[in-house]
Design a protein around this ligand. Sequence first.
Ligand code: CTP
Length: 326
Amino acid sequence: DWNVEHIAYATWADAYVVAPATANMLAKMAHGIADDMLSTQLLATTAPVFVCPAMNSNMYAHPTVQENLSTLRGRGVHVLEPDSGLLACGVEGKGRLPDPQKIMDWVDFHLGKTELLEGKIVIVSAGGTQEAIDPVRYITNRSSGKMGYAVALKAAQAGAKTILVSAPTDLAVPIGVECIIVRSATEMKEAIDSYYDSADAVIMAAAVADYRVAEVADNKIKKQETMTLELVKNPDILASLGDRKEHQKLIGFAAETQDVITYGKEKVRKKNLDMLVANDVSKSNAGFDVDTNEVSFIYPGDQIVNLPNMSKLDVAERIIQALADL
Ligand code: CTP
């Protein structure tokens, strides 16, 4: 096709990502200079523009660069702050280009933004709580936190102020999410309780330990031939939220290995939920530590929506859509 090349690209692109964005390119963008292929396209496009400034730390801190960035922000250009560390010029400081995955996650986040939960406050819990035995040991479960982190990401993407109350995991805090790390069920309950009154919804994706050790040893326990730990019941966080529910919507999770729907319906009633996400963790493509999940949504009145197997991110998106509908 014959076409004016810079215009053809500028109208074809769904987004522009300038990574790295040099001080020179930012200045051109801020002042409408169009003297090469990239700066010309950036002037001609109406697609969202993302810039990842990367340069020497003194250059980055220079008032000219900062003013240009603030001009660009004011025009709706998305700016990703550079990372700190060793720079190409050999000095340590702020100015490193973030790694490609971080850049793509950030672009994805903004391109997928909706207003489904705009102005709402959503608490999401995630991960498996750790119940201390002594200073070096604890009891936990197989939860990876992936499902809860995906839900938190999608809640933030839907415009909600999202507070993630998480047991320790290996996962990075999702973009746009405020994260509070807790260990035990007791700590998780305290953190959630402190935000509950102002929250519009709580999504309990955490695998909360049902028991804790009755007496946590002050010192490391020495090995013995046999050993018995006395466990006492932890508070049921979700049930207690259900008991004192006012305007909040409550979504619970249930991991089962049999009779998923029967147990699920019972939990909706017992914990006063608006929806339960039930999954059969005995299936190899669902549940713990895998990236996919196959779930059913169970509502009060026993209405059931079965979803096919899909990625945890897609399940999270469906949960957020369901919450918005509620
Ligand atoms: N949950 C909770 N506090 C607990 C235990 C569970 O808030 N002490 C929450 C989980 O985060 C989940 C839901 O309750 O959202 C269901 O948890 P699950 O362990 O499946 O059900 P239980 O009520 O503990 O029943 P059981 O273990 O007998 O299946």
